[in-house]
Design a protein around this ligand. Structure first.
Ligand code: DGP
Length: 140
């Protein structure tokens, strides 16, 4: 499959649909997952057109992983989870549903199961509140 620019994350990058943004720079964008598997579930995407881990250029992957760690540190500070999952899915068989590469940052709380992947829309005010908490931690 080759990259298609009509995916939902490309639309967010173009400003065609809204997102609760937490961080943006020249190469990357981070925003709240609209179907969070846990509170604080954040997505990080590159601005380059790439479908998955295999077709993203090395340099862009470098920017993407550095931003992912930066945002993950802020999520850690904002939500104080017991652990943190950083995941990245490639292909429908692996569960990928949006074909613009992204890393998931998913806080894990002891004894708390994850909510289902890609199901159940969160309240948009709550997502904005969570994004504000992460942005505050980023600027500390
Ligand atoms: P994956 O299945 O790994 O491709 O993850 C895609 C994630 O994107 C999934 O957790 C749900 C989330 N998602 C789907 N549509 C939207 C959207 O329109 N906005 C936001 N913020 N997240 C979305």
């Amino acid at each position: 499959m080759s990259y298609s620019s009509d995916n939902i994350f490309a639309m967010i990058l173009r400003g065609e649909i809204p997102a609760a943004k937490v961080y943006e720079d020249e190469h990357t964008l981070a925003f709240m997952d609209v179907m969070p598997q846990a509170d604080g579930h954040t997505l990080v995407i590159p601005k380059v057109e790439a479908e998955n881990f295999f077709d993203i250029p090395d340099e862009s992957l470098g920017h993407l992983i550095v931003t992912t760690r930066r945002v993950a540190r802020a999520v850690q500070a904002a939500f104080e989870p017991d652990g943190m999952m950083i995941t990245q899915l490639n292909g429908p068989a692996a569960g990928q549903s949006v074909f613009h590469i992204h890393f998931h940052i998913i806080p894990r709380f002891a004894g708390q199961d994850l909510r289902s992947h890609g199901r159940g829309m969160a309240d948009s005010d709550l997502l904005q509140e969570h994004a504000a908490r992460i942005r505050a931690a980023l600027s500390e």
